[in-house]
Design a protein around this ligand. Structure first.
Ligand SMILES: Cc1ncc(COP(=O)(O)O)c(C=O)c1O
Length: 360
């Protein structure tokens, strides 16, 4: 077996130890005589898997008791709609801070349910920075303020949890959740598709303060209603059992690897290695303001775009996968989520150096 070094933006590389454990228990989960894929979600075996996953996530992320943790379906894109359905609470408008395409997509969906006020945007600068906090035009009557904590396509990340005062802060953390310590109590709601830092595609995590739920728009379907889902432990219907189970193993892996502090330090080292090289030469460039650069997704362009195809071909031959940039921005992108090792990033830098030396 030969595994690639996988820089895919998502679904993305998972910790090798987790995959090995999944393989070891695939046919017979802990003496149950069944695969997790074959268990009833109401059986005590799966209930124990589900509860352990929630408890471990609560521990790893330091989630306060007044927050519900939901394991849902529909991806982060589903949440673009489910959030306004649940969180408007009789209010008419929502604030958005736009730092990339994912925030724009979320705003477009929210506009079907509420008036969207763009409180700040860096679109005029091609989303290469986070708008200065002092210039945000927040509305004190907004139901919530939405941010995308890490814009996966543009490689722009909030370095710290933003402060929005009394108006609840909602964050799409799909591509940087659990990559460093974060303060859940600063947020009204956090959501993330699992397929980058958590586990397989198919499960979406929502962490929501309990006083914000239970006032859904009329006609909201039950499975989109956070309160109904919370009251039923995310099992109003059949949950994405296998993805939930693998996510639980990833939470245990984070604990075994020193928790979010240690994971965050490792991620900082990986990002420094790659940005350090990019900034030290002229062949590759990253356009993002240094303070706002993502530690998870590193977009870069080659000095000569005609070499892109050769760069990708050579990378593939060297076992480096998933480096093609998003179709909307072109160039390259290296996604270096939690499960990417420092050695993997070093292999990429070595390849980039060699390519620049021979082709630059
Ligand atoms: C920041 C961000 N938000 C939302 C999404 C959409 O997620 P999903 O495909 O789970 O709907 C992505 C997917 O890449 C993302 O990176």
């Amino acid at each position: 077996m030969k595994r690639v070094v996988n820089f895919s933006a998502g679904p993305a590389t998972l910790p090798f130890e987790v995959l090995q454990q999944v393989q070891a228990e695939l046919l017979d989960w802990q003496g149950s005589g069944m695969s997790v894929m074959e268990m009833s979600h109401r059986d005590k075996e799966f209930m124990s898997i589900a509860q352990a996953a929630e408890a471990d996530l609560r521990e790893v992320a330091g989630i306060p008791a007044n927050y519900k943790v939901l394991f849902l379906q529909g991806g982060a894109t589903g949440q673009f709609s489910f959030i306004p359905m649940n969180l408007l609470r009789g209010k008419q408008s929502v604030d958005f801070v736009l730092t990339g395409d994912w925030g724009k997509k979320a705003a477009k969906e929210a506009a079907r349910y509420a008036k969207v006020n763009v409180a700040a945007s860096s679109e005029a600068d091609k989303f290469t920075h986070i708008p200065d906090r002092a210039g945000w035009k927040l509305d004190p009557n907004a139901a919530y303020v939405h941010v995308t904590s890490n814009e996966t396509i543009h490689g722009v990340e909030f370095a710290a949890d933003p402060d929005t005062g009394a108006v609840p802060l909602v964050a799409d953390m799909s591509s940087n959740i659990l990559s460093k310590p974060f303060d859940v109590s600063k947020y009204g709601l956090i959501y993330a598709g699992a397929q980058k830092n958590i586990g397989p595609a198919g499960v979406t995590i929502v962490i929501v303060r309990d006083d914000l739920i239970g006032q859904t728009l009329p006609n909201t379907p039950g499975i989109f209603d956070y309160k109904q889902m919370a009251d039923n432990e995310s099992m109003l219907n059949t949950p994405p059992c296998f993805a939930w189970y693998v996510s639980g193993l990833v939470f245990k892996w984070i604990k075994a690897n020193g928790g979010l502090k240690a994971i965050g330090e490792r991620n900082a080292k990986k990002a420094e290695l790659l940005y350090g090289y990019i900034d030290a030469q002229d062949f590759y460039k990253n356009p993002v303001a240094k303070a706002d650069r993502s530690r998870m997704n590193v977009p870069f362009v080659l000095a000569n775009a005609e070499l892109d195809a050769d760069f990708l071909k050579g990378a593939k031959a060297a076992g480096l996968n998933g480096l093609k940039g998003h179709r909307s921005v072109g160039g390259m992108r290296a996604s270096i989520y939690n499960a990417m090792t420092l050695e993997g990033v070093q292999q990429l830098v070595d390849y980039m150096k060699e390519f620049a030396r021979t082709r630059g």
